[in-house]
Design a protein around this ligand. Structure first.
Ligand SMILES: NC(=O)C1=CN([C@@H]2O[C@H](COP(=O)(O)OP(=O)(O)OC[C@H]3O[C@@H](n4cnc5c(N)ncnc54)[C@H](OP(=O)(O)O)[C@@H]3O)[C@@H](O)[C@H]2O)C=CC1
Ligand SMILES: O=C(O)CCC(=O)C(=O)O
Ligand SMILES: [Mg+2]
Length: 475
């Protein structure tokens, strides 16, 4: 049934029930080596994961790796332009959990992203990227240990749907003409705006369904965190993109305040409740004045809206959330996207789960990874209800390819996420311990070596870093 693949002869399939994996002791796990530095990173990662599983379970549990192809390797195996063969998607769908190295996407023309295609084909709607500090890791920040966030990025739509047209093409000009002559004039809020004929056009769809399933998963994740980290921040640029990014925020709050009503409190609700707790006789209007600093300069109509909000919150949740009960709930708030980039630097400890749309999450996960040690330490997972693919936040880092010097830490930590997702916590913990041991012993690759004080003169090779991690399992 595969054109060119032969699955391992030993091992069993991972299956899914209610969106959760059921993992046998000898699962078959497909892997994609990846382009560029994938040639260096993958062997180091596989070796580390296998060593941890062996050390944790002494042969009782073992991964049967199944090599599958995408990117340049797939073209070599399957022929020109066969970047993502059908075999590969079949294997991922059949075996449920996979792990991959980075894949190249050309800028401008050429093929669209294989990484994005894999997420869309397998409906891996949540891209989960924890950005957490490992003690001893050098960082350009003074207090990287204060940042402990998980970027929960919507993974299937937004501009990544890839519906766009090149400037000057017939269809692009036709679309601009329809917009300029028909659709924009029919929408009074757009006034006399016109799109220049020499523009390229991209479509940014943000759906209620995909926004809400992402936020739902983010809130469920928050419920599993320690109390102090039970926060979900909806990140958006809704002041500018009202019906896409603004809608994401509104739909997110809707999930929090309907499906998770008993578990969640929004930031504004917490202000209203807290105002009443401090002063039980506070009038609705004074409460409204306190939550909205510009209240007195609002129009009468807008003041009425804020008062209605206060009244509605007190009527509906005072019993369940008032008298400080809200302090035990998941705090759901929202931040404008540009602001969150400075907030994770200036107030890192105020954030936990950052629920984002696709593009914002892409930017934010690189920025947050840089704070805690760089892209060599940025793991990730793409999770759906029937399948999951683990991969690092970074790309192929082509200038380091084939030199055995890149940091394999991100793919190894993606392996840790995979082991945790499988319920193999003991093996995951060993790798985390090994990484901690290697870093605190200054046994690191070039990227961490150059940031250390004093700098490490002789950085380890990529393969040597894997060996160092394994050696420190026994610390
Ligand atoms: N999921 C995926 O497969 C992704 C694929 N890509 C693709 O990868 C290609 C290259 O993208 P590019 O913009 O260069 O971004 P990359 O993330 O590949 O690399 C940018 C820089 O980040 C640092 N870096 C990246 N990975 C590591 C690592 N493992 N260890 C240490 N440092 C690291 C290096 O900086 P320095 O040299 O300063 O040490 C590197 O030059 C593009 O085709 C892009 O589309 C991009 C992102 C994700
Ligand atoms: O697919 C790509 O080439 C880039 C994807 C990316 O940057 C990401 O997923 O973080
Ligand atoms: Mg990215």
């Amino acid at each position: 049934m595969y054109e060119k693949l032969t699955p391992p002869t030993t091992g069993d399939r991972v299956t899914f029930k209610n969106g959760e994996p059921i993992v046998p002791d000898n699962p078959i796990i497909p892997f994609i080596r990846g382009d560029g530095t994938g040639v260096d990173i993958w062997p180091a990662s596989q070796k580390t994961i296998d060593a941890a599983v062996e050390a944790a379970y002494g042969g009782k549990r073992k991964i049967s790796w199944f090599k599958i192809y995408a990117g340049d390797e797939a073209c070599e195996e399957y022929g020109t332009y066969q970047y993502l063969p059908e075999d590969t998607n079949k294997a991922i769908a059949e075996y449920g959990i996979a792990i991959k190295g980075p894949l190249t996407t050309p800028i401008g023309g050429g093929i669209r992203s294989l990484n994005v295609a894999l997420r869309q084909i397998h409906d891996l709607y949540a891209c989960v990227r924890p950005c957490k500090y490992y003690p001893g890791t050098p960082s350009p920040h003074k207090h990287p240990e204060q940042l402990d966030v998980i970027v929960y990025r919507e993974n299937t739509e937004d501009i990544y749907l890839g519906i766009e047209w090149r400037a000057g093409t017939e269809i692009c000009e036709k679309l601009i003409d329809i917009l300029n002559t028909q659709l924009i004039p029919q929408t009074p809020e757009h006034g006399k705006k016109q799109i220049r004929m020499d523009s390229g056009i991209g479509i940014k769809p943000i759906s209620k369904t995909n926004s809400q399933r992402l936020v739902r998963r983010a809130i469920k994740h928050a419920l599993r965190l320690p109390k102090a980290k039970q926060m979900v921040t909806l990140v958006h640029k809704g002041n500018i993109m009202k019906y896409t990014e603004g809608a994401f925020r509104d739909w997110g709050y809707e999930v929090a305040t309907t499906e998770f009503r008993n578990e969640c409190v929004t930031e504004r609700e917490s202000w209203i409740l807290s105002n009443k707790e401090k002063n039980p006789d506070l009038s609705i209007e004074d409460n409204a004045r306190q939550i909205d600093p510009g209240y007195d300069s609002l129009t009468e109509e807008k003041r009425a809206v804020v008062c209605e909000e206060v009244k509605q919150v007190l009527d509906s949740i005072w019993e369940t959330h008032g008298d400080r009960k809200w302090k035990e709930k998941i705090m759901v708030n929202d931040r404008i996207a540009d602001s969150i980039f400075q907030q994770i630097q200036t107030r890192p400890d105020e954030y936990s789960i950052l629920a984002t749309m696709n593009l914002n999450g892409d930017y934010l996960s690189d920025a947050a990874a840089a704070i805690v040690g760089g892209l060599g330490m940025g793991p990730g997972a793409n999770i759906g209800d029937q399948c999951a693919i683990f991969e690092a936040t970074h790309g192929t880092a082509p200038k380091h390819a084939g030199l055995d010097r890149i940091n394999p830490g991100s793919v190894i930590l993606s392996g840790v996420m995979m082991l945790e997702y499988m319920g193999w916590q003991e093996a995951a913990d060993l790798i985390k311990k090994g990484i901690g041991g290697a870093i605190s012993n200054r046994e690191v690759t070039y990227d961490l070596a150059r940031l250390m004080e004093p700098p490490v003169e002789q950085p380890l090779k990529c393969s040597e870093f894997a060996d160092a991690i394994i050696k420190h399992f026994d610390d």
